[in-house]
Design a protein around this ligand. Structure first.
Ligand code: ATP
Ligand code: FE2
Length: 335
């Protein structure tokens, strides 16, 4: 097999609560294995999540390699090891990076450091017809509006405090709902009967969610939980859609791509779809498995970087908990 013509890459994702390893080629996912840390109570404890990743690393890696063998891909066919270098929780990132370094050394193949946010974008471009989108990336820790311009994914707008997913989860915890709260809020919101006014905070092109989360918790004293869940979604999603629409107007792009775990929300999709229809632009949502954190997106961006020989020397493979998508020089897009 000609390695440069059809590279096969192993990727490890471990920025937060998902440990996921995948092996991909240019066309598709060959194998993917994921182990999710579920906190016994409350939210994510970084050290416990990293301990989970350390405990499950051996079985996740050996299973993904065995599953690839079933498809006649041997460890010797893998051309590089990609890992999520950041952004994320330090202890979790370090566990994934340690495993990636060990694999790179034992298989004697290069290491590739992948930006987690950019991987969300590239897997969306891979798995939908989207080519040059404005991206709304909404997850637990991240909320950003991005688009490609002059060799980088520029951040056009982002949260000034916490990610939308964490804001939903924080409110849900206070309301006695189990983690993760986002899906439970979506279900409750369907049975609402009225809108409760909540703070709508867009400053320039950025948004903020802590005030909204706190006000929603306070509103529970006077309003039914269904109404508060509905109002939280309507307010927060309207903020996100407003900034996304303004980024479309500013960049003149003709596509929107949704990424991140909160993208599972049907009401958010509906609001974005309405806006896209009104503007006559396309709206793309990848299959659910490619929206939340997954090893395939790390392996796939690793593959694009490998093709450009954008490799990471071992002595520069420290993790980057605050790694921004606009720090990445995009070497793999011809446009
Ligand atoms: P990242 O490391 O990129 O921040 P993450 O660790 O938060 O990612 P994801 O799977 O991308 O993981 O997103 C998880 C978040 O998505 C949680 O906050 C969860 O509440 C939220 N979420 C999942 N499903 C829904 C839904 N249907 N509606 C709203 N939020 C949802
Ligand atoms: Fe993510």
């Amino acid at each position: 097999m000609n390695g440069l013509a059809k590279p096969i890459i192993l990727g490890i994702e471990g920025t937060a609560w998902n440990l996921s390893a995948a092996i991909v080629d240019t066309f598709d996912v060959i194998a993917e294995v994921t182990s999710t840390y579920v906190p016994p109570t409350g939210g994510i404890h970084p050290r416990e999540a990293s301990q989970h990743h350390a405990d499950h690393m051996k079985s996740v890696i050996s299973t993904v390699l065995a599953n690839a063998m079933d498809k006649e891909v041997a460890p010797g066919d893998i051309k590089a090891i990609a890992f999520s270098q950041g952004p994320g929780l330090g202890p979790c990132l370090r566990t994934a990076a340690t495993a990636a370094r060990a694999l790179s050394l034992s298989l004697d193949i290069p290491l590739i450091g992948v930006n987690h946010c950019v991987a969300h974008i590239e897997v969306g471009r891979w798995k939908t017809p989207s080519q040059d989108p404005v991206v709304l990336y909404v997850s637990g820790a991240n909320s950003q509006v991005l688009a490609y311009r002059a060799g980088r994914y520029r951040v056009f707008g982002e949260t000034l405090d916490i990610g939308i997913g964490n804001a939903l989860d924080k409110f849900a915890r206070g309301a006695g709902l189990q983690h993760p709260g986002g899906p439970k809020i979506e279900v409750l919101a369907k049975n609402a009967s009225s809108y409760v006014p909540l703070p709508y905070v867009v400053k320039g092109m950025d948004f903020s969610f802590t005030g909204l989360s706190t006000a929603a918790s306070a509103a529970l004293k006077t309003s039914p939980i269904e109404d508060v869940c509905f109002s939280f979604q309507e307010t927060a999603f309207a903020m996100l859609v407003e900034v996304t629409e303004r980024a479309v107007a500013h960049t003149g792009k003709h596509e929107i791509l949704l990424a991140g775990g909160v993208g599972a929300n049907m009401r958010l999709r509906e609001m974005l779809r309405i806006m896209c229809n009104e503007r006559g632009i396309s709206f793309y949502v990848p299959e659910q498995r490619f929206m939340g954190d997954n090893g395939s997106m790390i392996a796939y961006l690793g593959l694009l970087m490998f093709e450009q020989q954008t490799l990471l020397p071992l002595n520069e493979s420290h993790v980057r908990p605050n790694y921004r998508p606009d720090d990445v020089v995009v070497t793999w897009r011809g446009d």
